[in-house]
Design a protein around this ligand. Sequence first.
Ligand SMILES: [Zn+2]
Length: 420
Amino acid sequence: MRLAWFLLCLSSNFIVYATARANPPTVPTPNRRIVIGASTLLDGRGHALHDTRIVVEGSKIVALDPKASPVDYDLGAFTVLPGWIDSHVHITWSFGPDGKNAGAEQTTQFAAYQSASNAWLTLMAGFTTVQSVGSPRDVPLRDAIAKGAIPGPRILTAIEPLEGKGEKTGTPDEIRAFVRKQKAAGADLIKIFASASIRQGGGMTLSQDQLNAACDEANKQGLRTLVHAYKEAVRATALAGCTEVEHGTMATDDDLKVLAEQGTYFDPQAGLVIENYLANRERFIGTQGYTEEGFAAMERAVSLDHDIVRRAVKIPRLKVVFGTDALAGSHGRNAEEFIDRVRDAGVDSLGAMISANSLAAEAMRISDRIGSIAPGYEADIIALDGDPLKDITAVRRVVFVMKGGVVYKNVPRGAIPVQK
Ligand SMILES: [Zn+2]
């Protein structure tokens, strides 16, 4: 109970939540039926439905029935859509007690509370599933949320990433053993660094043979692969049969066409991650991996990142998913990336929503469970005070969050101020 109180106090909207929802969320009672009224519903796959009602039993949606009654939650004033999915976060990455970047690997009690806070803020922002890539610290948080012990999004984690360090990364056999070790530790996917950081120029750090071994072994183990790649590493990743490229800055149109041909998912970031670094500059500079020169490189990358997203969405059949690279300072502000993509990179608003719903679920191979509002799906349902197809800044105004049939947030219209 004390932890729950602490988490509530962390939220700047504490009073609003507490007033609107007198009782804390509870584990769903089996077969308890909840009816949600919607006048505008985006189903997550690109369709808009009007004047319907969603029937939820336990953790699942069981019907869309305009005549279902009585209505428990009338969301008629809002836009209703599936809970968002963020394909790329670092859920345990936080600032330390001194306010400086503390990374994702801290094991202090303070860091544990920060991780729980990151999870809560992410859920309150409308993200009901995130993929954390990755840290061993993700595991207890993932498992506590899955048990219903603390509130947060459903977490999939890569646990320990494969760090590309040239020959030091290991032989193909050693890399295969590393992949199997992550699987044994309970990894949901494998994260691979095939390029250096953009702050160090983004050059390739794994050979084609090493990358082939990593993604082939993961495929054999039934695990997906997310590969941090810039420039020439983007094409190499697609040719290695990996599942998804992260970032992709400075890839050519021809590289992107290879992704489309190979069916490789692509998760570029249009803005939030660098905006957050620049806004928190003093908290990062001087901590491991962050220098003045690195920040200068990130400033130069802002326009390159807009450019890669703008080009990517024009490549036929390229599957562009939503991921933010949320880290210290940006947890709970994940939806800003939608605004960046639409405002700065020419992405259409409906496409942006699908990229965080059915398409993100497809990339995670769970598109039969989440990412859509349809019978048989998990009851992950959010509502926005506004229409994101007309004004993308509506993504900042998440007024209702249900995850797996449990309501975590339900605030009145106008409760979240408009910020354009
Ligand atoms: Zn990342």
